[in-house]
Ligand binder design. Structure first.
Ligand SMILES: O=C(CO)[C@@H](O)[C@H](O)COP(=O)(O)O
Ligand SMILES: [Fe+2]
Length: 226
């Protein structure tokens, strides 16, 4: 996985058909997804429950691009090896999920994955200032995590601060929550390069009508690059 700052669209399979993940992943990749975003929730750090390492491992053979695993769990450290074994390419932990994020990011890299750190909307950019050389991706949440389909919260000032702090380091800025053709250009202009989108990609489509996923991805990408 080489670093580049081109726009990457990462559909969140939280909005896919839960009875049909394999085909859904194949459909979004065939329709132009750059990465596949997998939301892991524990019913404790966030008020929702999704999948664990066994499910993520079952997704792996279907993902031909990049499997981007967003952990909304606390604690994180006891599960890092399980997600490495499951085949995550990028593993992102929340800075709010525990007292030792520095150690967590080191452990993620030591397990052979790219290390991401996510910030809730209420957490300032400065919370990751000491982590810039330990991270490959900063995920700026533009909703309070836990559910798809929520309204975008404007975090453009935070994104700008982070891009300035990052300087010329090879660190992605990923935006997660409420990304659609209207909000995508705002976050890209501020410095984002990875756009997670759940409802805006899956809306109106299905594995029987995958071309709708393609149209939705193209609309987000076109707006982002405009
Ligand atoms: O991490 C999360 C939610 O906590 C996301 O990845 C959502 O799945 C994005 O969904 P949309 O806001 O794009 O519908
Ligand atoms: Fe996410």
């Amino acid at each position: 996985m080489s670093f580049d700052r081109s726009i990457k669209i990462a559909p969140s399979i939280l909005s896919a058909d839960f009875a049909n993940f394999g085909q859904e992943i194949q459909a979004i990749e065939a329709q132009g997804a750059d990465w596949v975003h997998v939301d892991v929730m524990d019913g404790h750090f966030v008020p929702n429950l999704t999948f664990g390492p066994a499910a993520v491992k079952a997704f792996r053979p279907h993902v031909k691009t990049v499997m981007d695993v967003h952990l909304m769990i606390a604690p994180v450290d006891p599960y890092i090896d399980a997600y490495a074994d499951a085949g995550a390419d990028v593993l992102t932990a929340h800075v709010e999920a525990g007292p030792h994020i520095h150690r967590t990011l080191q452990a993620i890299r030591a397990a052979g994955m790219k290390a991401g750190v996510a910030l809730n909307p209420g957490t300032p950019a400065e919370a990751v200032a000491h982590l810039l050389d330990l991270t490959d991706l900063i995920c700026v949440m533009t909703v309070n995590p836990g559910f798809g389909g929520q309204k975008f919260i404007d975090m453009t000032a935070k994104i700008r601060s982070l891009r300035e702090m990052i300087g010329d380091r090879p660190v992605h800025i990923e935006i997660d929550g409420g990304v659609d053709p209207t909000t995508a250009p705002l976050v890209v202009e501020a410095g984002a390069d990875v756009l997670v989108a759940g409802s805006a990609v899956f809306r109106g489509g299905s594995v029987e009508a995958p071309e709708v996923y393609g149209e939705n991805i193209r609309k987000i990408r076109a707006a982002a690059n405009a």
